[in-house]
Write a protein that binds this ligand. Structure first.
Ligand code: SDX
Length: 382
């Protein structure tokens, strides 16, 4: 009998798939989608091009992009019953829960022959990428008593999302910043929510169920939920002086509290996405005026580098994203839903890859309980 593999908490470093979607080298801060460096994709592509790359394996030609973009625009609208579902949810509920609910019932409107039907899978992917931004924007408006704003087909994916939030067409910089932020958050190999999507999809459950389960996973504060908490955390630091920030960081670390936006299972240097988001923040502040919270963030990065940099704890993607979103007027509790409308491209890419060579996930366990016990009568227990 072959030796049983050792138990690895959190499956850290344990391969769960063979994949060609996303390559990460955490020692040097390398991130590539289908072999293209994230820096080049963020500089030269739109989110639509990057989702096409993730889903189908190659960057689109001009004709392929036009056709793909037209399909996405065609599918941006929501069934009125999904809007009715949103209108009946408790308005104080978290937007990630509203998103999970809407996506879970989305599949009821698009029953397909079966997930093994390639065209069914493709259509599910188009609908989910196209509709998630509309759900998030619709919930944001419905929860405060306003009607949703219909999606437009003359705006790009990122610009249309910003437009649907408040009815204002974003300026060029805002649209570009949002587009790059979606690209940066689109994919990241075997993170918890992507693994969740693969596990659900491996049972041949439909893509809507797989994405709904991934949204639930992303919502956690140790994963996508961190970006919302980074801003709340930065606001508790009294000022950007090195003394105040150092004192705050030392106090947190002394209490073994996790500092949101820092650390990563894979990166042992600064997350390359944090570098790009930091540059976006600088562009926004140059145009719209500085934000004190950015100065606090930069000082915290410096202090954490001195305190725990040697342990490989550095800023991750969530550290600067919230500062960018806040400067763009996006409410804090929409930060993680924005992460979700980007990451849906990566979840679907991995789901399609899983289905190409599928085997249902069924790991094992190391038994640490008792066995072969006898049930005592109720009267004799305790
Ligand atoms: C995302 O996986 C992905 O790819 C995720 C993601 C993606 O794109 O999908 O990149 C997005 O989820 C980014 C991470 C967002 N989460 C946070 O910012 C929350 C704070 N970070 C930590 O919770 C933590 O760093 C994790 C969860 C991100 C990683 O946890 P690990 O790899 O399980 O590390 P660990 O908890 O075992 O910590 C190892 C050591 C511990 O110290 P010791 O007990 O060994 O002395 O490092 C310390 C930890 O206390 N540590 C931290 C820390 N992160 C790790 N100490 C303080 N603050 C932190 N943030």
């Amino acid at each position: 009998m072959a030796d049983k593999p050792d138990y690895v908490p959190g499956l850290a470093g344990v391969p769960a798939a063979r994949s060609s979607v996303c390559l990460i080298d955490g020692q040097v801060g390398k991130l590539q989608y289908r072999g293209y460096p994230i820096e080049q994709l963020a500089e030269s592509c739109s989110y639509e091009e990057v989702v096409y790359l993730l889903l189908f394996g190659e960057l689109p030609t001009k004709a392929q992009l036009e056709s793909f973009d037209a399909e996405l625009k065609e599918e941006r609208g929501l069934k009125f019953r999904i809007v009715d579902v949103l209108k009946n949810l408790p308005e104080r509920g978290h937007p990630m829960d509203a998103l999970t609910a809407a996506v879970a019932c989305m599949g009821m409107f698009y029953p397909g022959d079966h997930v093994e039907d390639l065209e069914f899978r493709r259509l599910c992917a188009i609908r989910l990428v196209a509709k998630l931004p509309t759900v998030v924007a619709a919930w944001h408006r419905i929860r405060r008593g306003d009607n949703p704003i219909e999606p437009r087909t003359d705006l790009g994916h990122a610009a249309n999302f910003l437009y649907m939030l408040e009815g204002h067409e974003p300026d060029e910089l805002e649209a570009k910043v949002m587009d790059v932020a979606l690209i940066l958050h689109a994919e990241h190999s075997m993170n918890a929510s992507t693994f969740t999507a693969r596990v659900t999809g491996s049972t041949l459950s439909d893509p809507y169920a797989a994405v709904a389960s991934a949204i639930g996973s992303l919502a956690g504060p140790l994963h996508g939920g961190a970006n919302e908490r980074v801003l709340e955390m930065l606001r508790t630091i009294e000022d950007s002086t090195s003394e105040a920030v150092r004192r705050w960081a030392e106090d947190k670390l002394a209490r073994k509290e996790k500092i949101m936006g820092f650390g990563h299972r894979v990166y042992k240097v600064k997350d390359p996405r944090a570098n790009i988001l930091q540059k976006l923040a600088t562009q926004l502040f140059e145009k719209r005026g500085r934000t004190p919270i950015y100065d606090i963030a930069v000082e915290l990065e410096k202090q954490m580098g001195e305190l725990v940099g040697h342990k490989g704890i550095a800023p991750n993607v969530d550290f600067y994203s919230g500062i960018v979103y806040e400067k763009m007027g996006i409410p804090v509790d929409l930060f993680t839903p924005v992460f979700a409308i980007a990451r849906v491209g990566g979840w679907l890419a991995h789901l399609l890859e899983q289905l190409q060579d599928n085997r249902i996930f069924r790991p094992t366990q190391i038994w640490i309980g008792e066995a072969d016990r006898t049930v005592p009568p109720l009267a004799d227990r305790g």
